[in-house]
Ligand binder design. Structure first.
Ligand SMILES: *Cc1c(COP(=O)(O)O)cnc(C)c1O
Length: 202
């Protein structure tokens, strides 16, 4: 589980940290950089939101997993910043599974195009560990089940084909409202904010 700590203070994060949790997720690069500087160094910081290429530099020195690679341009920037920090950065590719235009991510056609390339040659400082997706925000559970199931099917196909650079591929799907459906459909990593910290006030 990723504890989604966006908008929460360092003190609030510490309460969860002191309960023993070590994986925290943020969706703003500068906010994540500032919290990482202030909080214990054994926290694994996951980036979970849309990442602008000009912000990659803020998180490249320490980020543990970027869930939200949604374009090849972003992947190229992460490669460049990983290399200049002398690191390998773990990433997930975000798939566009929702019936909502404003959500980010690759279509299956775009994914096929990317995976047809020799990724280890073009992105030597990146380790592709799996996929992430966000379901449509709807009361209709059947829609959410169907979207997560489609992503799981794709994930299984790619896992079997050896597309991921890891023994244990990650399928990041499910947040507070739809986590039970995501787990039922085979999620291996959920991203939980509200159910853990209470409602956010922006
Ligand atoms: C905010 C956020 C979450 C967590 O949402 P909650 O409803 O608070 O659990 C999960 N994933 C992403 C990408 C987010 O931006």
């Amino acid at each position: 589980m990723v504890a989604v700590s966006k908008t929460r203070s360092a003190e609030e994060v510490l309460v969860v940290y002191n309960e023993g949790h070590r994986i925290f997720g943020e969706n703003k690069a500068q906010e994540m950089r500032d919290k990482a500087a202030e909080l214990p160094k054994d926290i694994e910081w996951h980036f979970i939101g849309h990442l602008q290429t000009n912000k990659v530099k803020y998180i490249a020195p320490f980020v543990a997993l970027i869930h939200s690679i949604d374009s090849e341009k972003l992947l190229r920037e992460v490669q460049k910043r990983a290399a200049s920090n002398d690191r390998t950065i773990d990433v997930l590719l975000q798939m566009h599974i929702a019936k909502e235009e404003h959500k980010f991510g690759f279509s299956e056609a775009e994914l096929d195009e990317l995976l047809a390339k020799d990724l280890s040659a073009q992105f030597p400082n990146i380790r592709l560990r799996g996929l992430m997706g966000m379901a449509t925000h709807t009361e209709d559970d059947a829609v959410i089940h169907a979207e997560f199931r489609e992503l799981k099917t794709l994930f299984d196909l790619l896992s079997e084909a050896g597309s991921f650079d890891t023994e244990k591929p990650i399928l990041s799907m499910g947040m507070s409202v739809d986590r039970d459906i995501a787990i039922a459909e085979g999620s291996t990593m959920v991203r939980i904010g509200t159910s853990l910290f209470g409602p956010r006030s922006y």
